[in-house]
Design a protein around this ligand. Sequence first.
Ligand code: HEC
Length: 134
Amino acid sequence: MKKAIIITFAVIAIVFLTSMFLNQSSAQVSQPSPKDGTVSKPISSVVMKIAERSCLKCHTEGGNGMAMMHLNLSNWDKFSPEKRADKAKDMCKMVSKGKMPPKSFREKNPGAAPTQEEVKVICDWATSIQVEKK
Ligand code: HEC
């Protein structure tokens, strides 16, 4: 009889812990913290994937100071639509010209630079989020 009670408690504890764990992980998905370098939704996920490889090392919190002054992707959430449009256009421009990621970075990380295809993805995205200027 005693055993049955212990087992019941164990089961309740496991269910409880599991649900806590699940809750926690889903909360993390819906609110990425800027600390771990995650940038949330407004950047299209395809673009994000490219940026993760090619840009985020410098252009997020804890990255390169100069890079952050121009473009801090950790703060993307806080940008106005106008600012996003502007920055996205800039990103397209820099990758199209082959200015970003910087040459030294590309040399140290072969394969980190966006491919032609990926440059197009960034630019198409930039075009898609342009807002009408008043
Ligand atoms: C190795 C670090 C590094 C990486 C990786 C990097 N950047 Fe930069 N980025 C910089 C620095 C440093 C500056 C400031 C450059 C300057 O003022 O000359 C900058 C500036 C910029 C600017 C502002 C340019 C301007 O003059 O307005 C944009 C836009 C930009 N980067 C986009 C990107 C994109 C998009 C990627 C990824 C494809 C990327 N960067 C990857 C270091 C980096």
